[in-house]
Ligand binder design. Structure first.
Ligand SMILES: [Zn+2]
Ligand SMILES: [Zn+2]
Length: 139
């Protein structure tokens, strides 16, 4: 089974992903814009059992998603980099693709919350767009 490694900016937090993602998603919601300093978050969705922190212990910031269920954002206490969000309603982690060592083979499969995107956002033509989160996908 394929293993991917990742880390925060300073290397205090290290993690491992086993197997393939469920989905790889550009999220244009306002919260993700604030988190990233950009127009979107690129998260690859990993079933909870396939994501393991192997070094360090993250700080956690919890907020409610649109579903009303918690989103738990995991940060490095030293450098502040957000490595992933635990999406409790969907039982998966949305891992920040930027923190994965080898990101070239992870490509976006959908764009969500595009209604919240800034008017200068550029959307890849071959990636399906959704104004919010498709109702069957948790959140
Ligand atoms: Zn760090
Ligand atoms: Zn978002």
């Amino acid at each position: 089974m394929e293993i991917r490694n990742g880390s925060c900016g300073c290397g205090s937090l290290k993690y491992q992903i086993e197997g393939d993602p469920i989905n790889s998603v550009f999220c244009y919601c306002k919260e993700c814009q604030k988190t990233t300093g950009s127009d979107k978050w690129f998260g690859t969705w990993i079933p909870k059992n396939n994501f393991k922190i192997i070094e360090g212990s993250p700080l956690i910031y919890s907020r409610q998603g649109d579903s009303g269920k918690d989103l738990n954002l995991l940060f490095c206490p030293d450098c502040g980099v957000n490595i992933c969000a635990e999406v409790t309603v969907g039982n998966f982690y949305s891992v920040a693709v930027s923190t994965i060592d080898d990101i070239h083979n992870i490509k976006p499969t959908m764009s969500i919350y595009t209604a919240s995107a800034p008017n200068w956002a550029v959307f890849p033509a071959d990636v399906p767009k959704f104004d919010i989160l498709p109702p069957d996908m948790g959140g």
